[in-house]
Write a protein that binds this ligand. Structure first.
Ligand SMILES: *[C@@H]1O[C@H](CO)[C@@H](O)[C@H](O)[C@H]1NC(C)=O
Ligand SMILES: *[C@@H]1O[C@H](CO)[C@@H](O)[C@H](O)[C@H]1NC(C)=O
Ligand SMILES: *[C@@H]1O[C@H](CO)[C@@H](O)[C@H](O)[C@H]1NC(C)=O
Length: 236
């Protein structure tokens, strides 16, 4: 029975720390081309324009413990065009100062991060007439803050004209997405979850036991993945 199994269970949890933002979001379309791969972000220019603006709200997400949230992004520009688009970035500081080994000057890409989602500004119905629009994006807590870039020039020749305020989940490091699996032996069970805590910040453990009985604490191991572990040079 379930109870007997539980009594014999030995927990071997592990705690991967997933810091990756850029490589996994989105879905392939019917033609086998990943929509995000159409964005030539390595060719993006920074051309900030004081008359363009983009703003995201609310600033604080998941204040009641949710790990997904909808945000509204409002934007305006004096002359709208069909090639204008909004990109979602996480971490929020996506401009040149985050390029590995670069200080934002000299040759090399201006933006060393890739959007995790995007939408054309004209998806907002009045945009092409008014130059103002609003779009909704669903975000998941992926342990980093977010910001939104407003680009013109389409996906193949993007120019960044405005950057939004940053928004953040109330508890970006919260443990999320518990996964259960059988262990290596019949009486072992593995619990894996994802959090933003480093080993120096928190002692991960699983508390388990029969309802009404004294709970057992099983210590967990932490495995940390950085963006280099998952993407290498091509998308770091
Ligand atoms: C919005 O812009 C995209 C990209 O330029 C274009 O493919 C699409 O047809 C436009 N949609 C509308 C409703 O104008
Ligand atoms: C890039 O980020 C730095 C640090 O957040 C900021 O001071 C600077 O204004 C940003 N530059 C652009 C072009 O957004
Ligand atoms: C705006 O887009 C709509 C829908 O695609 C189109 O019918 C209309 O002509 C466009 N208006 C302008 C000013 O481009």
């Amino acid at each position: 029975s379930e109870q007997a199994d539980m009594r014999g269970a030995r927990l071997a949890p592990c705690l991967p720390l997933l810091l990756l933002a850029a490589c996994w979001a989105g879905r392939a379309d019917g033609h086998g081309v990943h929509p995000l791969s159409r964005i030539a972000i390595h060719r993006a220019r920074v051309a900030l324009d004081a008359s363009a603006a983009v703003r995201a709200s609310p600033k604080l997400l998941g204040s009641r413990g949710e790990d997904t949230a909808w945000v509204t992004v409002e934007f305006k520009i004096p002359r709208a065009s069909d090639g204008d688009w909004i990109g979602v970035f996480s971490p929020s500081n996506f401009n040149a100062s985050t390029c590995p080994g670069s200080h934002g000057s000299g040759p090399g890409p201006a933006i060393c991060s890739a959007p995790i989602k995007y939408q054309f500004a004209n998806y907002s119905s009045v945009y092409n007439r008014s130059g103002t629009g609003a779009l909704k994006f669903q975000l998941i807590n992926q342990r980093q803050d977010f910001s939104f870039g407003f680009f013109t020039g389409g996906l193949s020749n993007p120019a960044l004209v405005a950057v939004s305020n940053r928004i953040v989940f109330a508890n970006p490091k919260a443990p999320v997405y518990p996964r259960l699996a059988l262990g290596k032996t019949w009486n072992e069970m593995t619990v894996t979850w994802t959090s933003g805590y480093g080993i120096s910040e928190a002692h991960p453990f699983v508390e388990w036991g029969m309802k009404g009985s004294h709970p057992v604490h099983a210590p967990a191991d932490t495995v940390t993945f950085g963006r280099e572990s998952l993407c290498g040079r091509t998308c770091s």
